[in-house]
Design a protein around this ligand. Structure first.
Ligand code: NOJ
Length: 568
């Protein structure tokens, strides 16, 4: 396998609106990000992905872009962005922008021009389609609920929006539009970006006949994803995009790819794949309810382990997925994947261990490194997310009480991850001197960076050790390129895997006890050295293992163990 500059990197996602506010307007900004680069460097971060910072009306918190060449005023200026790039470079860090090109904002100049001349050149930048029998061209439901078609005023046409109606879909069949997108991407890449995180990309390929499908809900509509599942050919657009843009810059790209067809992984992330990497959403997919958030089932450990392992095996010999516990579209991982009794510092460290040492590129979401959690709200008006508002309504219409619907939001809302970063125990968590755009999680007095920096046994200190271990010269090759071999799969509660280097034969075992009770495991070889423990001193853990000749694990304990064998 050809080695690439990004294979051994650790990435971090910043949600700019909630990261650090430098000017007291309650909204995070670029200057705030610059002020925290040293913090990220110290954590061990190499690549920073910024959720969208372009000019936007913020209907979908910046994923509705009205000008791809401008920075949103709320976040700062282009000069500040250039400064951020330069400061990151000084620290050997890379910046990824979010590439949102399935759709733009209805405020974008192209869309405005299209509306003012619905038969003109710009109308063809979008899907302006004639209705059928006085109704929408098809029965699609958008991802955020309601119809995916909106009338084009003064015409018998409708425009397609797979997300909000303020996010019209761009017409990728039109070569002129594609050219504009590539020019824009190259403009950013020339500035010195490390690459892009690529939003909702599978959706760019449409069946332009827009067939209707049998409804899948009481609203008589069908999720627009059905059309995406049925259509082929997205790869042609993606190959063209790659050749026209990031390939020329050796950029790193990570795709948000849902609904990939079977056996396409190599095409997406193989050596000559469309992207460098794509997120592993297999765990997230476990959390879908049949009808919405309100009937989502809690994640069951065995199933979770099974699908993560399957995903690890699937990518072996193909490429590198990007591993996540959470992101800005999901609730906090500590609140979702840990059982009640493990929702403590030991549990959070255990969860970190099992994610960061997997094969792939680790992506840490802001606040994960201090163990931030979901945030309870008393009323739907306290949420500021279009998808949460929709899902609340779905729950109410399905007969849930207000409390039940709020409970579903507490467990699933995207705003759980979007509350401001908890920097300190000061007012508003040290995030802003003003009034935060989304109120802080009240637990900031206990969970915050400043407190955890002062403590060697904090979640934050553990993340630093964990990342440093992954990158340590003696083990880096194994953690980066070593194969993934599951172990203890027959147990009820152990998340265990070996990373084995093909080059040196080095074998490193990671084992974590997600169960409530302690247990003792047999070892797949002779223990050589405990590299990391989330509960004990490494020397103590090692002595225990030597005495027993087995591996004892408390509830919520995780251990990383070097086994004998392999070249030194
Ligand atoms: C995926 C993004 O991560 C999400 O936040 C956004 O709402 C949709 N794509 C639409 O851009």
């Amino acid at each position: 396998m050809q080695k690439k500059w990004w294979h051994d990197k650790v990435a971090y996602q910043i949600y700019p609106k909630s990261f650090m506010d430098s000017n007291g307007d309650g909204i995070g900004d670029l200057r705030g990000i610059i002020s925290k680069l040293d913090y990220l460097k110290e954590l061990g971060i190499d690549i920073i992905w910024l959720s969208p910072i372009y000019k936007s009306p913020f209907v979908d918190q910046g994923y509705d872009i009205s000008d791809y060449y401008q920075i949103a005023e709320e976040f700062g200026t282009m000069e500040e962005f250039d400064e951020l790039l330069a400061e990151a470079k000084k620290r050997d860090m890379y910046i990824l922008m979010d590439l949102v090109v399935n759709h733009c904002s209805s405020q974008h100049e192209y869309f405005q021009k299209a509306l003012s001349d619905p038969d003109g050149e710009y109308a063809d930048y979008f899907y302006f389609v004639k209705g059928k029998d006085g109704r929408e061209p098809s029965n699609y439901r958008s991802y955020f609920g309601g119809k995916a078609w909106e009338p084009v005023p003064g015409t018998d046409k409708y425009y397609l929006h797979m997300f909000a109606k303020e996010q019209p879909d761009l017409n990728w069949e039109n070569p002129a539009l594609r050219r504009k997108v590539y020019d824009m991407m190259n403009w950013w890449l020339k500035k010195g970006l490390g690459g892009f995180r690529i939003d909702a990309i599978i959706n760019i390929k449409k069946d332009i006949n827009f067939p209707s499908f049998p409804p899948d809900g009481p609203d008589g509509l069908v999720s627009c994803v059905k059309m995406v599942e049925e259509v082929n050919g997205v790869g042609e657009f993606l190959e063209e995009m790659k050749h026209e843009t990031f390939e020329k810059f050796d950029a790193f790209t990570v795709g948000e790819v849902f609904n990939m067809k079977e056996d396409e992984l190599r095409e997406f992330i193989g050596e000559d794949g469309h992207f460098s990497s794509m997120f592993d959403f297999s765990a997230h997919e476990l959390t879908y309810g049949e009808h919405g958030w309100y009937d989502a089932k809690p994640v069951e450990f065995r199933r979770w382990r099974e699908i993560l392992f399957a995903s690890q095996k699937e990518m072996e010999g193909i490429g590198f997925k990007a591993n996540i516990i959470e992101n800005h579209d999901e609730p906090r991982g500590a609140s979702r994947y840990l059982p009640e009794y493990a929702r403590n510092e030991a549990g959070k460290k255990m969860l970190a261990t099992t994610s960061i040492l997997l094969r792939g590129i680790p992506f840490i979401y802001q606040g994960q490194e201090i163990g931030m959690t979901n945030c309870k709200r008393d009323d739907i008006s306290e949420y500021d997310d279009i998808s949460t508002k929709d899902q609340y309504q779905v729950a109410i219409e399905a007969g849930c009480t207000k409390d039940e619907a709020l409970r579903a939001c507490y467990e699933n809302s995207r705003d759980n991850a979007r509350t401001p970063m908890q920097w300190s125990g000061e007012e508003n968590a040290g995030f802003t001197g003003g009034r935060p755009w989304l109120s802080v999680n009240p637990n900031y007095t206990e969970i915050n960076v400043l407190e955890q920096e002062s403590r060697e046994d904090s979640v934050l200190s553990y993340y630093k050790k964990l990342i440093a271990l992954r990158k340590a010269p003696e083990y880096k090759e194994t953690f980066t390129y070593g194969s993934f071999q599951p172990i203890y799969e027959e147990t009820e509660n152990i998340f265990g895997f070996l990373r084995v280097s093909k080059e040196s034969g080095q074998r490193i075992l990671t084992a974590a006890n997600f169960g409530k009770e302690a247990c003792t495991l047999s070892l797949p070889g002779t223990a050589k050295k405990v590299l990391l423990s989330n509960m004990k001193k490494e020397s103590e853990a090692e002595a225990e293992i030597r005495t027993l000749g087995r591996l004892p694990l408390e509830s919520c304990e995780a251990i990383v163990l070097l086994l004998e064998g392999g070249e030194e």
